[in-house]
Design a protein around this ligand. Structure first.
Ligand code: BDR
Ligand code: CA
Length: 313
């Protein structure tokens, strides 16, 4: 079978970086058509640079990396340096990228890619705020029916929120964009905090990355060393959650996840619950399902997969 074509829309971020490494290490299953950077964890100038730093770490300097939107649809940008550090990739010392950005805007790349491929043959993986995707859908509504699926890290139900008491970061940064994406009639898989908070990098798991001895393995361990302090302090958890790699892992091994087809709506009106993913887990609203909302993960299988793939570098 030919590999699944994907676009990775991302705001690296250490966990985004691990997701990109996982995807680029899996060419039998995944064909990365391009990486589109968006403002999120850090401003666009850094996310578009960080995406290239990671491609170079992976030895994949031919991957197309586009810069996209530098601010949410209707709101000022909120960033997360308190989690990811000033550069977004704090932890390891990695060289500035030599590879250039690909000419053109990320949104144009997304539109052109879906228009030039047969319907249902390209999947969009989103690891950050949904601004690029929403702008693409606003400008080219015809692509909605061509997108095979959006597989996103975002939202929460049982875990409720991380950036506010009721909202997860990616959705909170651009709730209007998220609302538009969930209303577009596209098949969606959601990897929420409910799942990613179970994908914890324990000391043992991080030692396994470090023991790979490669530049990529050591960088992943050092990135985790850096950003785990935040979640350990906040949640008292056993290690850092690897949010974004869950998106790629769902494509590689869907069997290690379980979830429900449910209705998910995004709160954009309330100051108190702005960006909340109102997920009808118990199916009480009568509203039609618009997403596969994942609730559980076999964390050991996930880390086995990740370590195995990182060992290819
Ligand atoms: C999400 O927000 C970012 O900080 C991470 O990269 C991840 O995509 C988790 O809420
Ligand atoms: Ca991210």
């Amino acid at each position: 079978m030919s590999p699944q074509k994907i676009i990775i829309d991302t705001d690296p971020g250490q966990d985004d970086a691990v997701a990109i490494l996982l995807a680029l290490a899996s060419p039998e299953e995944l064909d990365v058509l391009g990486i589109t950077a968006v403002a999120g964890n850090v401003p666009l100038s850094l996310t578009s640079k960080n995406a290239r730093i990671i491609c170079e770490l992976a030895g994949k300097t031919d991957v197309k990396v586009f810069a996209g939107c530098d601010a949410p649809l209707e709101r000022p940008l909120i960033t997360a340096e308190h989690v990811h550090g000033k550069t977004g990739l704090d932890g390891p010392t990695l060289p500035d990228p030599a590879m250039p950005l690909t000419d053109g805007h990320a949104v144009d790349f997304i539109i052109d890619t879906f228009r030039s491929h047969e319907a249902g043959t390209v999947t969009l993986c989103t690891l950050g705020p949904l601004t690029n995707v929403a702008v693409a859908l606003q400008r080219a509504p015809d692509i909605a029916e061509k997108i095979q699926r959006v597989v996103m890290m975002g939202g929460a139900y049982f875990e409720v929120g991380n950036i506010t008491p009721t909202a997860e970061f990616n959705i909170y940064v651009d709730p209007e964009a998220a609302k538009l994406v969930f209303a577009a009639g596209i098949p969606i898989t959601v990897l929420p905090l409910d799942v990613t908070h179970k994908a914890l990098v324990t000391t043992e798991r991080n030692d396994a990355f470090r023991a790979l001895g490669s530049a990529a393995g050591i960088a992943v361990a050092e990135m985790t060393d850096f950003f785990e302090r935040f979640d350990k302090e906040k949640y008292g958890s056993n290690g850092a959650p690897l949010h974004d790699p869950c998106v790629i892992a769902w494509l590689l091994k869907p069997d290690i996840f379980s979830g429900r087809e449910i209705n998910v709506e995004i709160e954009t009106g309330s100051a108190l619950t702005l960006g909340m993913t109102v997920a009808d887990w118990w199916r009480v609203s009568g509203r039609p399902a618009n997403a596969l909302f994942i609730g559980d993960i076999d964390a050991n299988a996930f880390f086995t997969l990740l370590t195995e793939r990182l060992a290819r570098y």
